[in-house]
Design a binder for this molecule. Structure first.
Ligand SMILES: NC(=O)c1ccc[n+]([C@@H]2O[C@H](COP(=O)([O-])OP(=O)(O)OC[C@H]3O[C@@H](n4cnc5c(N)ncnc54)[C@H](OP(=O)(O)O)[C@@H]3O)[C@@H](O)[C@H]2O)c1
Length: 293
């Protein structure tokens, strides 16, 4: 069993209205959750899973139409929802959004989920330089900047939870996706580090390591995807881990265990164990239309 941090809250934590925090029609303080990468895949499913009466969701993404669809579904489940178009590579905009969300009602849970994928090119040629930079900028720097946007506010009030979405590919490097694996391994290390730093301040840190989850990202992964699961199932697992304030939420169990155990094997054996999982990662169509590339 993974270690737990702090008190155990199963469901949404709703306490009496306080300060300038937003209140539901019944007058109770709303539990505020801020989530990046909410417009698609795991983030969209997680937003829906976390929705309900007593919950305020601040959802960020880049694609307005998809983000609004997600927001409408969450409102249908009883949540108070606001949306923002934020590129996590734009730190001033990211921090301004987080500060505004927090000023309107203190953020209880901050989820850094936005991410992109890329891998080796056709015939296994090396990764494109622009993909390498985009991966590091979005997956690693974007997540760290998301955390840094709120961590001092959480420290000042002595409560909060930070959730970082990494990957099983960060537990053991995945040969088809070298830089993606590196960004996720770095996020796991970052999450471990800040967990120790923030525990005395009353802030829990949860690092999520999903295996293969059905989404537009995984649809571009052409190869074996053992134990692939639907996004709503992954969202239920992640939401449960968040509610229990788990330090690490890695799933599916066998894939995460295999990734961890393979690190204990001699390198040649470990490499051989990964050969059946060779894959081709299709280019992300959004990477080409992105003005930054
Ligand atoms: N699917 C899997 O098998 C799997 C496995 C392990 C870990 N993960 C991780 O889970 C997270 C979500 O992945 P997913 O499968 O749901 O992928 P997805 O369907 O492609 O969704 C990615 C989300 O990240 C957002 N995003 C991408 N670049 C961004 C940027 N520069 N600024 C702000 N937002 C940005 C996207 O927003 P727009 O679409 O609006 O641009 C979208 O909401 C990622 O961190 C991923 O690495 C996924």
């Amino acid at each position: 069993m993974e270690p737990r941090q702090g008190p155990h809250h199963e469901g949404p934590r709703v306490s009496a209205a306080a300060g300038g925090d937003p209140a539901s029609p019944s007058g109770v303080r709303l539990r505020t959750i801020a989530l990046t990468g909410a417009s698609s895949g795991i983030g969209a499913a997680l937003a829906a899973e976390l929705s309900g009466p007593g919950v305020r969701l601040a959802l960020a993404g880049r694609e307005a139409a998809r983000l609004e669809e997600v927001a409408a579904a969450c409102r249908g489940r009883g949540a108070v929802v606001e949306t923002a178009l934020v590129d996590v590579r734009d730190r001033p905009v990211l921090h301004a959004w987080l500060a505004a969300v927090d000023a309107a009602g203190e953020v209880d849970v901050l989820i850094a989920n936005a991410g992109v994928s890329a891998g080796l090119g056709p015939k296994k040629v090396r990764e494109r330089d622009e993909d390498v930079r985009r991966l590091v900028e979005v997956n690693l720097l974007g997540a760290i900047d998301t955390v840094s946007g709120l961590v001092e506010a959480m420290r000042a009030r002595g409560r909060g939870q930070i959730v970082i979405v990494a990957s099983v590919a960060g537990l053991r490097g995945y040969p088809a996706m070298p830089t993606y694996s590196a960004t996720k391994a770095a996020l796991i290390a970052y999450g471990e580090a800040i967990r120790g730093w923030l525990r005395p301040s009353g802030i829990a840190v949860t690092v999520v390591c999903p295996g293969f989850v059905t989404s537009p990202m995984s649809a571009r992964h052409k190869g074996s995807k053992p134990f692939e699961m639907p996004a709503d199932q992954a969202a239920r697992i992640i939401a449960r881990g968040i509610a229990r304030k788990r330090a690490i939420v890695s799933f599916p169990f066998l894939l995460a265990l295999g990734a961890r155990l393979s690190r204990l094997l001699p390198a040649a054996l470990s490499d051989r164990a990964f050969e059946p999982f060779a894959a081709r990662i299709e280019r992300d169509p959004r990477a080409d239309v992105d003005g930054r590339e």
